[in-house]
Design a protein around this ligand. Sequence first.
Ligand SMILES: [Zn+2]
Ligand SMILES: [Zn+2]
Length: 288
Amino acid sequence: MGYRFGSHMSIAGGMHLAVERGREVGCDVIQVFVKNNNQWKCKPLTEQDCELFKDALKHNNISNPIAHASYLINLATPDDGLWHKSIDALVIEWKRCELLGIEGLVVHPGAHTDSTPQAGLERIAAASQQCIQQVKPKKCNLLLENTAGQGTCLGWQFSELGWLIREISSPHLGVCLDTCHAFAAGYDFRSASGLKAMLTELEKHEVSQRIHAIHINDSKRECGSRVDRHEHIGLGAIGEDGMKRFIRSAMFRKLPMYLETAKGTDESSGEDWDKINLATLRRLASVK
Ligand SMILES: [Zn+2]
Ligand SMILES: [Zn+2]
């Protein structure tokens, strides 16, 4: 299979409109939210919502739809109220994904705040298991995303993701690897030896075979900064050569890759940023 590149698309006005927007900029794959990502509440999906979305994917030839869970969810929190609220919210989102035919729900592992990293990891594992029991997923996997390691956010070290995979022990659990986050967390894959070291780490912690999706973002901040700031492809600290090395590696090139870079138009060219970034990715994938 060839490369599959796409972007996160807005669902404003209806889920199916995200697919139309994706086609307009030339996506092979898309990521969406399945509800307003800054609110806990949402209206139930109707059968028509789901059919429109699935039909739009088929007609626009867009595959591998994934969703990003709400930013309010914190599965690692020591606060019982927020922890239960987070589980309930994730269950609702996951069930919506099942109805929409979405194959992966990306969630940030969470922040341990005033507890400890280990206590936080245990909370994430317990919460994930509760969600799996409640959702009984058939098609959609829960994808833990590696983070930049900002604040007390967990999951920036591959050892943490590996621990969670073993502890949760479910075929419905996978990983979404974000290039900006990995780089900011200290994995410098810009050189051949750096990429090899990162791949070795992923294998050592048994994360590699669980990666189902890639968030393809350059980084505004330097390697090891532990700051999460996405940059357009090739224009950040990773740069064109670093991005090229990543997307061409045998481990990643077969996976769907989703942009989460800033929207809008480039002032100098008047061109849409998604189109520019997709063109850059396709150029990097194909040049000698
Ligand atoms: Zn991401
Ligand atoms: Zn990010």
